[in-house]
Write a protein that binds this ligand. Structure first.
Ligand code: IVH
Length: 667
């Protein structure tokens, strides 16, 4: 047994050394087969002698038992984020602010790895817990998944207790092979390595996470007490010495001009890296100076993230396709030669309207530059005139609807061309898709494909027909089994109970959004009551203008609509308001008449629950951040709304803040 123990210790030592050489130093000294052989040996020993299985055994790299949830854990010190700079001017301002406060500085320039922030806790040199960033205050315990990342040492050669932070990411090569595999299995590929990394670390089964080939770069320590370092540069060197993987492209520089050179260099070279970066992080190098600069609520004043401008690529405009929306608006869409930009393959981009095509003088056959606005929505920036084919003709919008052939009109004051034929099939189908969508009747499983098939097979013509569907209608559809059919019918049945604002919104009355539907539902209680209102009455409601009031009244006066509502009534669709009444709400002074925006993913409640609670306190919950917004509540991965709130200096709450307020009020 003693000899077996020694062998286990030896195997630990060798396997850890090989992992380190391969994954941290990028310099393997033995072939993979040697590693695999030793690992196999260790697995076999542990299987036969479970008492020899240590929690930091290299066998944990292959993953263990699947979990049912991730535990939420508070960070010892909050995980902050960084302020952004998008250009030279903003960087020079950052530099100026720093020099005004602390005098001469040196900067550390680091690549901004595009992955997700993780925090790794070590006790007496053992890796004991790994957390996601979460909302910065509370993260999720993803220890088991992090242990499968070979670049994370399970133990270090020093009995330190501390927390080290960094970015977990998926190397491009792993990402490409993962997506290949997904495609082979008919699964949806990940949009980019960042999403793939996040998805992998959120796998409840660490055996699956282990297959994902993630890596990590560490870049900070939460407590320098046991470190000798006086600078960020020395701190990173110490992390290196402890066996951590840090990014080696970092550079210490003496001025903001040199920072700009570093940025210029990496803007050019970023595509050559084996992983994605989305910017450069610039940090004051000296730790004492960092301390002097301190922190704002959300980020250190001693660092800033320079974000690369949206990537632009050239491709060919193959065609312009016209889409008819629910309201008959005709939207031209660019059909592009597929091209990779900012992490995904793009083959379509909205061209918005005819005016825009004319202004930009975009023609079929043109070489065009495309980018993704906010790195998400593909957009045609411009055409390259020098590359225009000789025969390219200016684009002319058709005069008739490509779906129903009805003449297209341009309504005064509107940019879009519209098909005004109420029987236009394209519009009817879009209307059906809208009816089942999340904020409307929210019928799970009834997607666009099924709707189109049902419509094309003449099974449904209008929204009420959905409630007349039977098993016999659904079974013949593509990829439909009895189980799916039953689930679908159950979801349809369930939707009958929705509070009436969802039906109201689902009808697709022009200009009537979900918010206004809610207001009407609350005010009038039932759909029948609404049939009696006049335009004047509606215009008394705040935020109801003439256009909206007129649209509602005209819509409800239509005989076809009355027939449609009766057809729904026959199937017992709920037509009354089930929410709470604002008038019944006492409200809380902290929220009364406050305009609040919720953004990002909440951990402990749904956005709907949060929103209803806030409304019960008298708040107005809206969806876009403006100067009138009082509070923005930001959950995980909050994006542009949070940025905007910060720009406008609006008070930002975390989910934690909301929860403690709830506790305070409800006590
Ligand atoms: S320093 C106080 N250095 O960028 C925050 N962050 O908002 C200190 N990131 O999600 C962060 N590479 O995870 C730092 N070299 C680097 C980084 C880096 C990527 C991420 C970080 C965070 C975001 C900044």
């Amino acid at each position: 047994m003693a000899r077996l123990k020694d062998r286990v210790a030896e195997l630990h030592r060798l396997l850890n050394q090989y992992s380190y050489e391969y994954y941290v130093q990028d310099n393997p000294t033995v072939p993979d087969s040697e590693y695999d052989k030793l690992l196999r040996e260790l697995i076999d020993i542990e299987e036969e002698h479970p008492e020899l299985r240590a929690s930091d055994s290299p066998t944990v790299r292959v993953g263990g038992q699947a979990q049912s949830t991730f535990e939420k854990v508070n960070h010892d010190t909050p995980m902050l984020s960084l302020g952004n700079a998008f250009n030279e001017v903003e960087l020079r301002k950052f530099d100026q602010r720093i020099r005004e406060r602390v005098g001469d500085v040196e900067y550390m320039c680091e690549l901004k790895i595009d992955g997700l922030a993780v925090s790794l806790k070590y006790e007496d040199g053992q890796f004991v817990q790994g957390l996601t960033r979460g909302d910065g205050t509370t993260g999720e315990d993803i220890t088991e998944n992090l242990k499968t990342i070979h670049a994370i040492p399970l133990k270090i050669n020093s009995p330190l207790s501390f927390e080290v932070r960094g970015e977990a990411y998926m190397p491009r090569q792993s990402f490409l092979s993962l997506n290949e595999e997904k495609k082979r299995n008919d699964e949806r590929p990940f949009a980019n390595p960042r999403n793939a990394a996040a998805g992998s670390l959120r796998q409840l089964d660490s055996k699956l996470a282990a297959k994902r080939k993630l890596s990590v770069f560490l870049y900070s320590v939460n407590d320098f007490t046991n470190f000798k370092a006086d600078t960020q540069s020395e701190a990173l060197d110490e992390l290196d010495a402890l066996g951590y993987k840090t990014n080696q492209e970092r550079e210490q520089v003496g001025s903001i001009d040199e920072v700009l050179k570093y940025i210029e260099k990496w803007t050019e070279k970023r595509e050559d890296l084996p992983y994605d970066i989305d910017g450069i992080v610039i940090k004051v190098n000296n730790l004492k100076q960092q301390q002097e600069m301190g922190f704002t609520q959300k980020s250190p004043r001693w660092a800033i993230a320079y974000k690369f401008p949206a990537e632009e690529v050239v491709t060919t405009l193959k065609d312009i396709e016209l889409n008819i929306g629910r309201t008959g608006a005709v939207t031209p869409t660019a059909i592009l030669e597929p091209v990779r930009v900012a992490g995904t393959t793009v083959s379509r981009a909205s061209l918005h309207n005819e005016d825009l095509i004319r202004e930009k003088d975009i023609r079929i056959g043109d070489s065009v530059i495309i980018k993704k606005a906010g790195d998400i929505i593909p957009e045609v920036v411009k055409r390259i005139l020098e590359r225009r084919p000789e025969n390219a003709e200016p684009y002319r919008m058709p005069t008739h609807c490509p779906s129903c052939g009805h003449e297209l009109v341009r309504i005064e004051g509107e940019v879009a061309l519209r098909c005004i034929n109420p029987q236009c099939q394209a519009q009817l189908v879009e209307g059906l898709i809208h009816f089942v969508s999340r904020q409307a009747m929210n019928i799970d499983g009834l997607g666009e494909k099924i709707i189109r098939q049902l419509y094309d097979n003449h099974v449904i013509k209008d929204i009420a027909d959905i409630y007349y569907l039977t098993e016999d209608d659904l079974l013949p559809l593509e990829r439909m089994g009895t189980k799916k059919v039953n689930n679908l019918l159950a979801a349809i049945e369930h939707s009958k109970q929705n509070s009436v604002e969802h039906l109201l919104f689902g009808l697709g009355i022009r200009h009537l959004g979900i918010k206004a539907s809610q207001v009407l539902a609350e005010k009038y209680g039932t759909l029948d009551q609404l049939f009696n209102v006049t335009e004047e009455e509606l215009m008394e409601i705040s935020d109801f203008g003439h256009k909206l009031a007129q649209s509602v009244v005209t819509y409800l006066a239509n005989d076809d609509i009355i027939a449609l509502i009766n057809k729904l009534k026959e199937k017992n669709i709920n037509m009354s308001y089930k929410g709470f009444k604002r008038t019944e709400v006492e409200g809380h002074p902290d929220f009364m008449n406050k305009t609040i925006v919720l953004t990002g993913k909440l951990q402990n409640m749904t956005r709907k629950e949060a929103s209803e609670w806030l409304e019960r306190q008298g708040a107005n919950v809206t969806s876009s951040v403006t100067k009138k917004t009082d509070i923005v509540i930001a959950g995980e991965d909050a994006g542009s709304k949070l940025d905007k709130a910060e720009k406008l200096g609006i008070s930002v709450w975390s989910e934690e803040d909301l929860i403690s307020k709830q506790a305070e009020i409800e006590d």
